[in-house]
Design a protein around this ligand. Sequence first.
Ligand SMILES: [Zn+2]
Length: 66
Amino acid sequence: MLFLIPFIILALYIGMYLLRTERTSDCRWRQSGKDAQGVAWRCQVCGATALTEKGLPKHCGAKSEE
Ligand SMILES: [Zn+2]
């Protein structure tokens, strides 16, 4: 049963990621620039910035707490 431990850890990480995504779903991304690297975004709610190849960022990188 030892082989199950990595899967349990992985499941915990996925759960934490999903919770975090849900928590930051209020973010409003606004395009702030575009270059060869991709599209730059800025969150209107918390002020976070992100860079994606295309499309909106999936979640906000900033901390909600101060
Ligand atoms: Zn945000």
